[in-house]
Design a protein around this ligand. Sequence first.
Ligand code: 8YV
Length: 314
Amino acid sequence: MSKPDVLVMGALPQWDMAALEERFTLHRYWEAADPDALISAQAGNIRAIATRGDLGADAALMKRLPELEMISCFGVGVDGIDLDHARANSIRVANTPDVLTDDVADMGVALILAAARRIPQGDAHVRSGKWLDEGAMGLTSRVTGKRLGILGMGRIGAALARRMRGFDMSVAYHNRTPREGIDATYMETPQALAAASDFLVISSAGGEGTRNIVDASVLEALGPQGVLVNISRGSTVDEAALIDALAQKRIGGAGLDVFASEPDMDRRLLEFENVVVQPHHASGTVETRKAMGKLVLDNLVAHFEGAELLTPVV
Ligand code: 8YV
């Protein structure tokens, strides 16, 4: 039996590529000398796309693939996939929720601690010999007992709240509508949440609904001692306003895993010693990436066997 053709948008771990290759004929978009020519040549064959949370699949691409039935996304965020177009054209979409929740929440904890306790700066202080030559580094800020604000109380936000309660933190959150059964104080607006937070963590979905949800007014409300942490999507923050707020010391610091542009992020952010950065790596553990890759494969297999998708979005 011939293997269905799958367009792979970007590199996946080698073990995932090997597992996919057993079941499907793969077309590697990111490796093609001329990706446009690859699409033209394979348009009549490609029946599925395997993409990543940071790469997505837009309507222009889907329109070029008349045989497209299914998109399997390595990531929970599907803001880069045109879901309206997929829905309107009966193209099924699956993502990888749940399996990455713990690691992304852990990264939220790590960025809170790294930004407040200046972990990278302390490491640099020892490595550079300054500890020996100049003495102790400057004092840092306490984490335990502070106020946590979660912008986007979904699975990841709830997992972060659970963790930070272990640090005796109070927890407040903002969503478009309050959530049932959540042991945290609901705030009506992002501004009100920021004003009531020492650490404001963004764990909302990306996309148009949350674009620049953290703008100059939210940063103003967070205030000169407040720390912004982003484990969601770069699009949720007005980065120009963030750079202004940092430059004018109107916020206390930031811990950022995601950026408006990746990997070519705005390097002005690196000029602030109170900013800690990560290369969009919150889900980047072997354990979680293996679980994500397995779900990408299992959803594709389910689709081609005519079964229900394991984790359907559309
Ligand atoms: C990426 C993510 O998929 O889950 C998401 O939405 O952004 C990440 O897990 C991962 O970095 C691979 O690109």
